[in-house]
Design a protein around this ligand. Structure first.
Ligand code: X2W
Length: 286
């Protein structure tokens, strides 16, 4: 295989690596919180590609933190068990039976799927939820939502220890209530709270749309808080995009340098965003 036939592909690969140097330098030792939404986990192959990008990021000096969702997987299990489920303002109404399923699916199935995928790519990942090492203590959200939490205190100690040991934390969005009860937290909200507590350089929200779109359906590559307010008031930003843009706004006003909403199903979405001039999705800067 090793020949002197320097065909164009190899030359392009070397040029790509060379062009990435300023970005690699910029993100050396940076903290990047990545929210992997349930809709972005479309197959084992997509998971493998995601895991490979995360391992590469860590290899070049980034400290990645993965916070995941898994809404579609929770829905599937609730259906199998014949438990009805409703959402209010994008949050699942969660009773005791539901929170048991949420924890089983998120901390058991989805968390281990991601951890295993990263480890298989040569990384070292460890799975946690907000209940581990006092990572996330929550207050109860609106009483009508039941066992849903809103992040109140984050203890980042264990995450910093993991960074030092080159270990990638993979966190399920559950938290402990003040009395030790298990609370279900929206994945975007949890990711934003971890990013703020860590003063992250980037918060990446990986979903199944290519970014925030204008009225004509074109992706807005860069967005200001004022534009978000206008687009929300006019109904262009609607549905599930409202909590995502709100999470980004909260994060940047809380010490995160920039937040990006992007399509996690696109090949090498994270690398494109961090290490190229092109970027990906919609960025909101502090
Ligand atoms: C979410 C947690 C999972 C999640 C739920 O129960 O579905 C609440 O709604 P995605 O895949 O990111 O939507 N929790 C309170 O956020 O998953």
């Amino acid at each position: 295989m090793r020949k002197q036939d320097m065909n164009r592909d190899w030359i392009a690969t070397a040029a790509t690596l060379s062009a990435a140097l300023p970005y690699l330098q910029r993100y050396n030792d940076a903290i990047v919180v990545i929210k992997l939404g349930g809709h972005a986990m479309s197959s084992d192959e997509a998971m493998e590609n995601f895991a490979r990008d995360v391992v590469l990021m860590q290899q070049v000096g980034v400290n990645p933190v993965i916070v995941h969702g898994g809404g579609p997987m929770i829905n599937e299990m609730l259906e199998k068990l014949d438990i009805k489920s409703d959402f209010v303002n994008g949050k699942r109404v969660t009773d005791r039976a539901t929170v048991e399923v949420v924890e089983m699916v998120l901390s058991g199935r989805v968390n281990k799927w991601i951890v295993n995928a990263i480890n298989r790519q040569g990384g070292r990942a460890v799975g946690l939820s907000g209940k581990d090492a006092n990572l996330m203590t929550c207050d109860q959200d609106a009483p009508e939502l039941g066992l849903v939490g809103t992040p109140a205190e984050i203890d980042t100690k264990v995450l910093k220890t993991l960074f030092e040991a080159n270990t990638i934390p993979v966190i399920a969005p559950l938290g402990a209530g003040r009395d030790g009860e298990t609370l279900n937290v929206n994945g975007d909200t949890a990711a934003g709270a971890y990013a703020s507590a860590l003063n992250a350089d980037r918060l990446l929200l990986l979903t199944d749309v290519s970014g925030v779109k204008d009225g004509g359906g074109n992706v807005l590559t860069e967005l200001t808080p004022e534009q978000i307010a206008d687009l929300t008031a006019s109904g262009v930003i609607a549905g599930g995009m409202i909590p995502k843009t709100q999470t980004c706004l909260d994060a940047i006003s809380d010490g995160v340098r920039a937040a990006v909403i992007l399509d996690g199903r696109a090949p090498n979405a994270c690398l494109l965003e961090l290490f190229t001039e092109h970027g990906a999705g919609s960025i909101i800067r502090a």
